[in-house]
Design a protein. Structure first.
Length: 143
């Protein structure tokens, strides 16, 4: 537990971290088991991205999700995943708001961005295996 946080706050952050990790993993596994990686590569090509980009995106989402789930440098991982989902959100903006729209919408990717940024700002939470170093410098004279 982070000594500067209350136990309930630290636990709440852990709940955010674990659930966010599960969502990133689910997002990756959708590419693997539903769309397939070759199908995802075809989709990437259809929207103007190199098809090969589907593979590192899959690895980033799955690896990042696992790192979040277990609390391995969760803050840095959450921040590193934001550009991946920002591109996804930008692709889905013309389709509409709801992710259940044909072709998907942008509300789910934007929510993942917001949750990832919140975790980056809040910290690792309870039961993190490898804590992130603090990013806010201690002010002189602050207690």
């Amino acid at each position: 537990m982070n000594a500067s946080l209350s136990p309930s706050t630290d636990l709440g952050i852990a709940v955010l971290r674990v659930s966010l990790g599960a969502m990133w993993i689910a997002h990756a596994l959708l590419k693997l088991f539903v769309f397939t990686l070759p199908g995802t590569a075809q989709y990437f090509e259809s929207i103007g991205f190199p098809g090969l980009l589907a593979y590192p995106v899959f690895v980033a989402e799955l690896g990042g999700g696992l790192a979040l789930l277990f609390g391995i440098y969760a803050r840095q991982v959450a921040l590193a995943l934001v550009p991946v989902m920002a591109v996804a959100a930008a692709v889905h903006v013309p389709i509409g708001w709801m992710h259940t729209s044909p072709g998907g919408g942008w509300e789910y990717p934007v929510f993942l961005i917001a949750a990832s940024l919140a975790l980056w700002l809040l910290g690792d939470g309870a039961a993190a295996l490898k804590r992130s170093p603090g990013w806010v410098p201690q002010l002189r004279g602050a207690k």
